[in-house]
Design a protein around this ligand. Structure first.
Ligand SMILES: Cc1ncc(C[n+]2csc(CCOP(=O)(O)OP(=O)(O)O)c2C)c(N)n1
Ligand SMILES: [Mg+2]
Length: 627
């Protein structure tokens, strides 16, 4: 007879989670390293009690907002190469639905995170309980059903024994390099507290291998033929290069063949910025060099990329007459994009196989092509130097000068975390990435408010490294509250807070699409009813200080350099606050080198929109469908 242990569902789940491990390349790690939680009646007596009972095997962290707890877990997971993550427990109702944005962010970016929202009673003794959704048309709906479309896996545990298959499936998905994302186990509050006789085997240690599938020989042979036939090949390195830890393999492949490497937001840092074949970011926020190579490429070799609209300039970037795509991707879905030749495999293994096959043929691109991109890279680096140049040290800096000041104080150990606003574009064009994981941009969901909690998660995964959350004022106002958590836990993140009184990014976009910056500046209402009055007198530096951070205010480029150096050395959470040029002046960064499709009003009376539409139609006419 199998021996059993009587535990509640919540206790069993916590014990089970504490015994799960991942393994890749001979390294074994805890899969669920800790659990974040905010308690309410939907989880306090279930998971809350279980986390006290099993606190010795499952560390707990207190958060301030359910969404931001997911951001912290995602930051931790990405910094852990998806081999380790956190769980997040919430109450029912608003606590649970606050997870939706975080869940979408995790799933879009293929980053694992385990969500454990409480749910209404399975036994329905007294419907509706506090915060329960009631819909007359369906008795089995709960607000947690909102999490289904944004979860890579979803289950609701309405019977204790159902936890066994559900928990095993949840671990399978979390550790699957293709399917991973937010995994949700909704836990009715009565079921969480219910006792059950669990087979002991449920709690024995289990190791989940994070697989590295190899290339199919037929696909590999076709890929080699395509590369050998290409005269102007270009590699597009995506986030999959990092997830697979394929940076070295990519460098070998590039060096063997002479092919230049452009990168997406998720793939930046695949090569160090000063590697002679790194031509920088590609697409709407790309460098002139990479985008020019993209326009004239005859073979685009995507490695671990989803080809988002930013990368393809909404289908207008790859204009070479006979351009073809070769897509090395672990997901067949992405491998087949743009009618490309699929090479469905782990990025590292796939790149090694390609390098080996091409070495046999002694294949290299023409030296004139190498000269062309080398010169292009030099020209772009001069533009970056010019943007970073401090100019007059006593005046308020431009945003590129802020980035330049940070560039001047960091080394390869620093990590910069960012997600939304005008910083992602400027960073993609300008940042000089010094190590494989220095550039942590969440640009799959580009979620304002990711930065501060994610930096906490990153710092938990890399405690000895300086971790910088780069935030605009809009982003700061969206989600500053986890500063309290950083202070409470003594997690010495650094925040670089850029004040420009509103949404510089969307303001600029609005102007270019005939929207006249409507609703994008933070200003008082004027007599005419519009927000065109004086800037708002908010003091975000004082706000950060009130939450417990040390704050250094910088007015000029000279101050900023000193403040950043001081913050870098700090061993408590520290914020550097700087005001840049106001939102309605240009950032000083190089303009977009490629288009991005944001549809413009087809009919309008205002001249700005009519003109913008003419421009829009011109761009749309250049769109290419790759068939
Ligand atoms: C949660 C969320 N809401 C809305 C947006 C759309 N959006 C993108 S950038 C931005 C403004 C960001 O403002 P700020 O952080 O001040 O950066 P700035 O544009 O001034 O550089 C908005 C509203 C978003 N990305 N995320
Ligand atoms: Mg702003």
């Amino acid at each position: 007879m199998t021996s059993t242990t009587r535990l509640t569902v919540a206790q069993a789940l916590v014990r089970f989670l504490a015994a799960q491990y991942t393994e890749r390349d001979g390294v074994r790690r805890r899969l669920i390293a800790a659990t974040w939680g905010i308690f309410g009646h939907g989880n306090v007596a279930g998971l809350g009690q279980a986390l006290v009972e099993y606190g010795h095997v499952m560390p707990y962290h207190q958060g301030r907002n359910e969404q931001s707890m997911v951001h912290a877990a995602v930051g931790y997971a990405r910094q852990s190469n998806r081999l380790s993550t956190h769980a997040v427990t919430t109450s029912i109702g608003p606590g649970a639905t606050n997870l939706v944005t975080g869940a979408a962010l995790a799933t879009v970016n293929h980053l694992p995170v385990l969500l454990l929202p409480g749910d209404a009673f399975a036994t329905r003794p007294a419907d509706p309980v506090l915060q329960q959704l009631e819909v007359p048309r369906a008795g089995d709906l709960s607000v947690n059903d909102c999490l289904r479309p944004v979860s890579a896996y979803f289950d609701r545990i309405t019977r204790p024994e159902a936890l066994i298959p559900a928990a095993l499936q949840a671990m399978r998905v979390l550790t699957d390099p293709v399917d991973t994302g937010a995994v949700t186990l909704a836990l009715p509050q009565d079921v969480q507290a219910e006792g059950f006789d669990w087979p002991e085997e449920f709690f024995t240690e289990r190791t989940w291998t994070v697989r590295r599938p190899g290339a199919d020989p037929v696909e590999l042979a076709a890929a080699v033929r395509a590369i050998r036939a290409a005269r102007r090949p270009l590699i597009v390195a995506g986030g999959g290069v990092h997830h697979s830890r394929a940076e070295e393999a990519l460098a070998r492949f590039a060096e063997t063949t002479g092919i230049p490497v452009a990168s997406t937001q998720a793939g930046k840092g695949s090569l160090r910025w000063d590697h002679p074949q790194d031509v920088g970011g590609i697409g709407h926020t790309g460098t002139a060099t990479a985008d020019e190579l993209a326009r004239t490429a005859d073979l685009v070799i995507g490695v671990g990329t989803r080809y988002t609209d930013f990368t393809t300039a909404s289908g207008t970037l790859f204009t070479g007459a006979g351009v073809r795509f070769l897509n090395l991707n672990i997901a067949s879905y992405d491998g087949h994009k743009l009618s490309g030749l699929p090479l469905v495999a782990d990025a590292r293994g796939g790149l090694r196989a390609l390098t080996e096959a091409l070495t046999v043929h002694g294949h290299r691109v023409d030296p004139s092509y190498v000269t062309e991109y080398t010169q292009g890279k030099e020209r772009w680096e001069q533009r970056v130097d010019a943007c970073f140049a401090a100019g007059e040290p006593a005046v308020r800096p431009t945003q590129p000068q802020v980035i330049g000041a940070l560039d001047a104080v960091v080394d390869e150990s620093d990590i910069v975390v960012n997600a939304a606003g005008s910083l992602p574009g400027d960073l993609h064009k300008l940042w000089r990435t010094r190590s494989r994981d220095q550039y942590h941009l969440e640009y799959g969901y580009s979620c304002m408010g990711y930065e501060i909690p994610a930096a906490i998660g990153v710092k938990m995964a890399a405690p000895d490294r300086p971790v910088w959350a780069l935030v605009g004022d809009g982003t700061y106002l969206m989600m500053p509250t986890e500063i309290v958590t950083a202070v409470q836990e003594g997690i010495a993140i650094k925040i670089l807070l850029v004040q420009n009184h509103g949404y510089a990014s969307i303001g600029g976009l609005s102007e270019s699409v005939g929207g006249e910056r409507f609703g994008t500046d933070y200003r008082f209402r004027s007599a005419d009813g519009t927000y065109t009055g004086a800037p708002l007198p908010v003091d975000l530096a004082a706000n950060a200080a009130s939450l417990g951070m040390r704050v250094l205010r910088a007015k000029t480029v000279r101050d900023l350099r000193a403040a950043l150096a001081e913050a870098r050395d700090a061993d408590t959470p520290t914020c550097v606050y700087v005001e840049t040029e106001s939102a309605d002046t240009v950032s000083g960064a190089p303009p977009a080198q490629a288009w991005w499709d944001v549809p413009v009003a087809e009919t309008a009376t205002r001249a700005s929109a009519v003109k913008a539409r003419e421009e829009y139609d011109r761009h749309v006419s250049t769109r290419r469908r790759h068939l």
